[in-house]
Design a protein around this ligand. Structure first.
Ligand SMILES: [Mn+2]
Length: 330
């Protein structure tokens, strides 16, 4: 499929499904919601299908309420897919990250469009708009709007969704932020984005237990490994239960140790549902995605990656420390 064929396909009302990765973050839900609004404004029927729910802090986003979650409404998701003439896959480089939606989408016969900024896409779509050098999938959705001639129709709700993806995936413009990123934000502001309001919605709506969990992480559960310029935070299921943990409560915690001078790698280990989820972050040229990929069946970006371990928490910590040692082997 070429872009002109895609534009032609979108020139009459279509049934479209949009999906994104499990445990959706601000970019996943922001970029998907932006695209859903854009397609609905064009007269299409656009369903947003998620493997599972996005954190409640994103409930201010348009579309949040009409998302279909496969873990809660599998029949409604399959019904929408049965009608789908086109499927958009966003912020995702591997079908596995669709969890329960993996097979229904991978095996679907409708043309698939991939919009993503992860390295090494494992998906072969009919058309793709992918670039690992772009801040966020939301910024790519903004570019896609331009490709199909929709920039003049950038509404404040679409701007809100795109901004949410960019602001969260750049850690409030701390990283992955280039001239084009800020040029897009400038355009969003011109089109009616209320940036101060949206920042408040995204960043200043934590719960008390969430903030106390962060304090606990730093005071009781952070270990510094000076020999590797690294720090890790390890949380057991009991720790999470004590702070009434909900999805999204640890958002951003993995980045906190990186604010220590001399710490260039940070790892968050959280034990949930019988497995350990690992998040890796690093500064500068130190890439950690190969560690996530090689030792913890995961992957991601050079400076932000994730993986999983089925070993115990102490064993996983030991494996992680051994993997960090190899970072510095020449
Ligand atoms: Mn992203």
């Amino acid at each position: 499929m070429t872009i002109d064929q895609l534009i032609g396909f979108l020139s009459q009302p279509r049934q479209i499904c949009i999906t994104t990765h499990t445990r959706p973050d601000g970019d996943a839900i922001g970029s998907s919601a932006a695209l859903a609004l854009l397609l609905r404004d064009m007269g299409h029927k656009a369903h947003l299908l998620l493997p599972n729910k996005a954190p409640a802090i994103f409930d201010f986003l348009p579309c949040y309420a009409d998302v279909l979650c496969y873990d809660q409404q599998p029949d409604a998701c399959l019904e929408a897919l049965a009608q789908a003439e086109l499927i958009f896959i966003l912020d995702l480089n591997d079908y596995k990250r669709l969890e329960g939606l993996t097979l229904p989408i991978a095996q679907h016969t409708a043309p698939k469009i991939l919009i993503d900024h992860h390295l090494d896409p494992q998906i072969e779509p009919n058309w793709a708009w992918c670039n690992p050098h772009i801040s966020s999938t939301a910024e790519l959705v903004y570019q896609f709007m331009g490709l199909i001639g929709r920039h003049p129709y950038l509404t404040p709700p679409i701007a809100t969704c795109i901004y949410t993806g960019i602001a969260t995936d750049t850690g409030r413009f701390k990283y992955n932020t280039q001239a084009n990123t800020l040029a897009v934000v400038s355009e969003l502001l011109r089109c009616g984005l209320d940036m101060q309001h949206v920042n408040g919605q995204i960043f200043d709506r934590q719960t008390e237990s969430q903030l106390r969990l962060q304090g606990f992480c730093l005071y009781e559960r952070m270990t510094i490994l000076p020999q590797y310029q690294a720090a890790y935070i390890a949380l057991s299921t009991d720790d999470l239960t004590r702070f009434n943990f909900e999805d999204g409560d640890l958002e951003g915690v993995v980045n906190m140790p990186l604010s220590i001078d001399g710490i260039n790698v940070s790892v968050l280990l959280a034990e949930r549902d019988g497995k350990i989820r690992l998040s890796f972050r690093s500064k500068g040229n130190l890439a950690i995605n190969h560690i996530a990929q090689r030792y913890f069946a995961g992957g991601g970006h050079a400076n932000a990656a994730g993986g999983t371990s089925y070993a115990s928490l102490p064993d996983t910590i030991a494996q992680m420390a051994a993997a960090l040692a190899r970072l510095y082997e020449k």
